[in-house]
Ligand binder design. Sequence first.
Ligand code: FE2
Length: 160
Amino acid sequence: MYKTKNDLPEQVRTKLIELLNARLADAVDLQTQMKQAHWNVKGPNFIGLHKLFDEINEEVEDYVDDIAERSVELGGVAIGTARSVAKKSQLAEYPLQIGNGHDHVEAVATALATFGKSARLAIDASDELRDKDTADLFTEISRGVDKWLWFVEAHLQADR
Ligand SMILES: [Fe+2]
């Protein structure tokens, strides 16, 4: 922990930094999974999905940066290298052998939904620690992820 004049108590900041680094690991993992999908998707919806997955990647990159910087603002160290996030991420590994659009849509929707759930839980956890700003950050992220999940799942929802 670094010294800071931030008025949140140190034991609270320590817990927040742990929470932020846990979600940072998920977010970095999610970002690489969106690129994996962007590069490898094939089939009749190729161009739409190829562009959509990259758009999601770009917004997830912003989530990554905001989560990492929040933990540093609170006096912590952001832990976001590939090796450290691979150990900590709660996301399942992205299927590496799939090719067609439908399978990528399924896999991307699963990754987004997993991350969305943990972001939502992080809203309440930050709120319980009385940090409205971190709760607000996770609220923004959770709302964004819900939007992307809609964009992706709409490909599967033509028939009810
Ligand atoms: Fe690209």
